[in-house]
Design a protein around this ligand. Structure first.
Ligand code: BJW
Length: 252
């Protein structure tokens, strides 16, 4: 964390940039939901899942090799996401969207917490754990119709069910990719919030914006590969920095 003086200076600089913006893009990652009790991909998991590496389970090869293990893990995470509440960071981002209606929110998160906080038009780059689909037909199966008694769960036609998320080695949804690329190419501020900035294509968007001379801001308590490249680094949790920033830029 910056010392307090550095933090306040950084908030003021970021607020100045944001106050003039009309088309900011906010790119979020797992860190935004950390304060809602959802583990990031860098944190060790709890209990039963502590011995597994989430970066390995979130791979198409893992599902193909062991669909039971992978769907059990996703069902466990689904229940955590369903029970979680948005935090002050999610709410401040929704407030920013109300203050600056041209704001585009692009998230790598699959937990639905931005929408629960009131954000609209969220571009979900990596899908949603709240939807599951049949691997045979591609049909989305309403989650309340899945008993989750056997793993992997199956649709009524017998096809394996999987969460409608994007794993390593899979393509991102083309509509989400297109919408994100369009927003990034038109944005006048780019903010990266709570992401380690190592997973592509999401990690490349800040660089795309910066190469057009667009101001860039990062919110993360830890340094990332992006930190040295941004104009303002807010070294803090999103639950503190985002409300501070929105308040400083737009008042209460
Ligand atoms: C806080 C905080 C607080 C803590 N406040 N912050 C170009 C170069 C190199 C490789 C590639 C490339 N292009 C594609 C690749 C391959 C691959 C990739 O990126 N590999 C890298 C690891 C090197 N990408 C893909 O495979 C993608 N597909 C693709 O490109 O398709 C094209 C293609 C495919 C096949 C053939 C040919 C072309 C797909 C990527 C899908 C990623 N999916 C996952 C799982 C989703 C489902 C699930 O959630 O289970 O997405 S993996 C995981 O990583 C998840 C996340 O969304 C994503 C990013 O992680 P994120 O959000 O940054 O979280 P963390 O945990 O890494 O970081 C949290 C951060 O928060 C930390 O920095 C903390 O400090 C911070 N933090 N508390 C604020 N309170």
């Amino acid at each position: 964390m910056n010392d307090e003086h550095e933090y306040q200076e950084a908030i003021e600089r970021a607020a100045e940039v944001l106050r003039d913006a009309q088309r900011p893009v906010i790119m979020t990652g797992a860190g935004v939901s950390a304060e809602s009790g959802i583990a990031t991909f860098r944190d060790p998991e709890e209990g039963l899942w502590a011995k597994y590496d989430p970066m390995e389970l979130a791979h198409i090869d893992a599902f193909e090799r062991d669909p039971e293990l992978v769907t059990r893990w996703y069902h466990w995470r689904f229940r955590k996401c369903k029970d979680a509440e948005p935090n002050a960071g999610h709410r401040a981002i929704a407030e920013l969207q109300r203050r600056v209606p041209g704001t585009v929110l692009v998230t790598q998160n699959i937990d639905g917490l931005h929408q629960a906080a009131g954000s609209e038009g969220v571009i979900e780059l990596h899908g949603s754990i709240l939807r599951w689909r049949c691997t045979d037909t591609g049909a989305i199966v309403p989650i309340e119709q899945i008993p989750f008694e056997e793993f992997p769960p199956r649709s009524i036609t017998g096809g394996l069910l999987r969460p409608d998320v994007v794993w390593f080695g899979e393509m991102l949804p083309p509509e989400a990719l297109e919408a994100a690329a369009e927003a990034v190419s038109a944005c006048d501020v780019f903010m990266s919030v709570g992401t380690s900035s190592v997973v592509y294509p999401a990690a490349g968007y800040a660089e795309m914006a910066a190469s057009r001379g667009v101001p860039t801001i990062e919110v993360n308590p830890e340094p990332t590969p992006l930190t040295a490249r941004v104009d303002v680094s807010l070294r803090s949790g999103a639950g503190r920095a985002m409300p501070d920033l929105v308040r400083m830029a737009f008042g209460n």
